[in-house]
Design a protein around this ligand. Sequence first.
Ligand code: GLA
Ligand code: GLA
Ligand code: GLA
Length: 693
Amino acid sequence: MIERKNEVEKRKVTTEDRLLHGGDYNPDQWLSYPDVLKQDVEFMKLAHANTFSIGMFAWAALEPEEGVYDFEWLDEVIERIHSIGGRLILATPSGARPAWMSQKYPEVLRVDSYRRKQLHGARHNHCYSSSYYRKKTQEMNTKLAERYGDHPALLMWHPSNEYGGECHCELCQANFRTWLKEKYNHSLDELNHSWWGPFWSHTITDWEQIESPSPIGENAVHGMNLDWRRFVSHMTIDFYKNEIEPLRKITPDIPISANFMSDNPEFVPFTGLDYSQFAKEVDVISWDAYPAWHNDWEDTPTLAARTAFLNDHFYAMKDQPFILMESTPSAVNWHDVNKAKRPGMHLLSALQMHAHGSDSNLYFQWRKSRGSSEKFHGAVIDHDQSTENRVFKEVAELGKIMENISDKVTGYRRQADVAILFDVESNWALDDAQGFGLKTKQYGRTLQKHYQAFWEEDIAVDVISKEHDFSKYTLLVVPMLYLMSEETAEKLQTFVKNGGTLVTSYISGIVDESDLTHLGGWLKPLKETFGMEPLETDTYYPSDRNTLDFNGKEYEVKDYATIIEVNEANVLGTYTEDFYKGTPALTENPYGKGKAYYIGARAEHAFHADFYGKLIRDLKLEPALSVEHERGVSVQGREAEGLRTVFIMNFTESEQPISILETVKDVQTGETMEGKRTLQPYEVLIVEKEIGN
Ligand code: GLA
Ligand code: GLA
Ligand code: GLA
């Protein structure tokens, strides 16, 4: 087993010592309601709120006419927040534009993939190539940084809002071609080879023939689709770098974030951009989390595990605490059904964020809008303007708890011996693949299913990218890595050779970084590491089933089954049906100092639970605290400087008996405890234990 450092240092991501509680505050919607603005500050105190993000959609209020600026209203709001000891996450307003700008400079408007110029409206829809928009955002951000850079309340920058989407205008087409020329060394031969040009006579003979993918044009060249996704990420990050330039220059000590998100409503890793690249440019990772609690298609523990997975993804991006930039204290307004959190769920879901590395609970939004599309989205202050309703009271209660636990959570680190690999490029290529089951690929969801087996055993996991250092993990799980370069295959081989345990699955290692299939069977490093080779992927109709026989038990298989040729590997499991009945479905290969497992089929959850359960015991992986409990209780912790803070969370609708097998102390009351207890529905215990050297 790889040695773990006993003492980790705190890693505070802002200068604030407290956990941050508060959220998006949009006073610019209420400037003609002075009483409301005064009430906001009174209620902030009552809610135990201390941090507010302001200005993400305030461009029209900050620059009502071209070149005419008005910061006075913002000065006042900032002073009010400062007067109660509050801190400020100042947004830049590029997520939405004032109408005068679109009217006068239409180049800021996006063109969609059908080549339709968009009209002014909505938000998150600027052209990232527009030099006017780039200049204008720099001007605005210079003014904000000069005016507020020295303000003692300023904690962090929040550039724009949820970057995403793509533009197909002429400026972007030209930039795409330039980007391609650089990538392919100005050689159309190289480009045509990567894009498999001769297919359907799609050979490019002049750079000007290249047009971004379109439903009414080119959409069948997978290498190009993949390059386009990379280019969109590149341009978005480039726009971001341009936008933050004045902030870096004028306020070098103020950290800069950018609120990331999940793919919604599926609630799986975001695929609009390559966050693994974007993360390199931000100082603090933050994200907006909107799980659909109490839905009718999955139980609460399953959704809790998926939420935990996403948190562990954002934590691992920089191996440091992150900020939960947005969440709702009750319901959202954009799920199919917008159900309010049941009593207790707000506390539970918010504390889960802390357990997995968040140093904040921030909401969208502080006060519910009176008009327009978000007027029914959950907020801390409702239209009743009361502090007596259930939502406000639960928010205030959480605020108090956060104050109590702040010094034993803020800056505390997560420690994981297990990593699951998510690769957005593989996700793009797999989604594009015309093959397998078009509806059953579900890469993100599949990763979450593998993850759930660890979550149920309270084993901490990092959700990493292919660029991470693998060597610090004992176990690396790499399901469905469809796109795999030789470089990644070699990196995986080295990991096993040096003692790591590696698991991969069906539909892995099929295409290279250009989305060209590997020739000559599976990649050599993979054949060597796994001691076997996948020969054929069988894809099932929805009602088809097979069975995987493993360790004397039978597990249901659906969607995918790989037919395997074994060389040196040991066969751990076999199929019980079909023309490959009795052939290997699960293999294990000792290689170098480590071991490599191949899971050939998509099996039911019980298989993951038993298979990973066995690995957890074989590898002696341990939870943050030993607690006996039933499914649905989750135990996760953070630590620093010899102390571990552990959250014991009941994600079920019933009482849960638990047994704590070590002596711990309640963080809030100081009470010592050990042994049996009962957790109420949605109850959370927060305990601490000293960890020795
Ligand atoms: C049609 C076309 C072929 C090929 C096949 C694939 O028959 O003529 O070019 O695309 O479909 O099934
Ligand atoms: C997308 C985003 C969410 C939210 C909704 C609002 O789905 O991912 O965070 O902004 O839009 O419509
Ligand atoms: C996103 C956006 C917010 C708001 C919420 C609603 O996260 O960033 O502005 O629209 O969704 O859920």
